[in-house]
Ligand binder design. Structure first.
Ligand code: PLP
Length: 399
């Protein structure tokens, strides 16, 4: 029994996303009844005879464990097709090849620094051009469009300033200009947001984050519904070889089973931590989309089902940054997000180091900004850890 057709997708059987996550696209192995998808740890597959195949030839091209993951991710992201890559960057690099040298792409200026490095450091020298704009202001996107613009690439909420772009209006804008919309949905995951439903043409994920969810596996995804693009993307995946390994595919499948419960807890913990931080004297400003006075709070409520587990904050004193990073004990000072363990990042020198200083500062990434990925620990412990680190700042840097 393939559980195709759930949660708004076409098909005979409708079950909710939480159940799809637990059971996957194929709830048990049809041959053995195994409840957990088998790990087909095989590089190659025997052919029954000349000109015939089991459907699998070589694992770079297709593998049954990866297939199950790709189908499951397509279901939860409401697309017809899913492709799994060895990292989020592998997925993003593959999708840029849907375009040609000479094409122009408008990109959110406030986005993961690795994406900036890939676009500006590599694809620009191959002849692609990019404009970096604050996509939460669509009038700026409109201004950046020009003949030859083929795509708008957005991260929403943005990383790390938590600005929200209106996906439906962004889709209308780029479609009118003859291009397509690509949305990096890493921060909210399909549990909280499905950009394809709002008109995005492609969705990309760092599956390393919430989808895998345990800070133990790199992965990346593209989800979409266009048959022609599917042929091109499959060919890129097969030719470049950045496809996800069988074991890592299984790890992400296992992680996905709890995506819903984890996301709810990440969201509740982020709200608790953001609210607490906001009341602290040493904290100047907290950026969290779940605050009612966030400039795009209503937009978030319209296009997403939750606010997610990410927040950023400005300290008043830059000298507090090293003290906090060295004195947190539960929250780990490490570069990633979306896993069960709470992580804190200093974007200026970590995730966003590849972005030129002037551009970082213009986007708000300064030497007083910290980004917190709220894990699923007890919120009291997260807050107590932050409290202890802030008290230490007072001892070292004064009131
Ligand atoms: N997109 C976002 C929003 C990210 O935060 C990251 C990594 O931090 C990536 C893409 C790249 O993903 P990966 O690290 O899996 O290559």
């Amino acid at each position: 029994m393939a559980l195709n057709g759930k949660d708004g997708c076409k098909g005979e059987k409708k079950i909710s996303m939480g159940s799809v996550l637990v059971h996957g696209a194929t709830p048990f192995d049809p041959r053995t009844g195994a409840v957990s998808t088998p790990i087909f740890q095989s590089a190659t597959f025997r052919h029954p005879g000349l000109g015939s195949s089991t459907g699998y030839d070589y694992s770079r091209v297709a593998n049954p464990t990866r297939d199950e993951l790709e189908k499951t991710v397509a279901l939860i992201e409401h697309g017809a097709y899913g492709l799994a890559f060895s990292s989020g960057m592998g997925a993003i690099s593959a999708l840029v090849k849907l375009f040609n040298p000479g094409d122009h792409i408008v990109v959110s200026e406030d986005l993961y620094g690795g994406t900036y490095r890939l676009f500006n450091g590599f694809y620009r020298s191959y002849g692609y051009s990019f404009s970096w704009v604050d996509t939460s202001d669509l009038s700026l996107v409109k201004k950046a469009l020009r003949p030859g613009t083929r795509a708008l690439f957005i991260e929403t909420p943005s990383n790390p300033m938590m600005k929200v772009t209106d996906i439906a209006r962004a889709a209308d804008l780029i479609h009118e200009a003859g291009g397509i919309l690509v949305t990096d949905n890493t921060f909210l995951s399909p549990w909280f947001q499905n950009p394809l439903d709002a008109g995005s043409d492609l969705v990309v994920h760092s599956g390393t984050k919430y989808m895998g969810g345990h800070n133990d596996t790199l992965s990346g995804f593209i989800v979409h519904s266009d048959k022609k693009n599917e042929e091109i993307l499959r060919n890129i995946q097969k030719s470049e070889g950045a496809s996800l390994s069988p074991f890592d595919s299984w790890l992400v499948l296992r992680g996905l089973k709890t995506l819903g419960v984890r996301m709810e807890k990440h969201g509740a913990n982020a709200l608790a931590a953001a609210g607490w931080l906001r009341r602290q004297d040493r904290v100047e400003k907290v950026f969290y989309t779940g605050f009612e006075d966030h400039p795009q709070y209503e937009l978030s409520r319209k296009q997403a089902r939750g606010f997610g587990g990410m927040l950023s904050f400005y300290l008043k004193n830059p000298a507090d940054v090293p003290v906090i990073l060295e004195n947190l004990s539960l929250i780990l000072f490490a570069e990633s997000l979306g896993g069960v363990e709470s992580l804190i990042t200093y974007p200026l020198v970590q995730t966003h180091a590849a972005i030129p200083q002037a551009m970082r500062l213009a986007a708000g990434v300064n030497d007083r900004l910290l980004r917190l990925s709220a894990g699923i620990e007890d919120p009291k412990d997260i807050i107590a850890d932050l409290d202890a680190a802030l008290s230490r700042c007072k001892e070292e840097n004064g009131a």
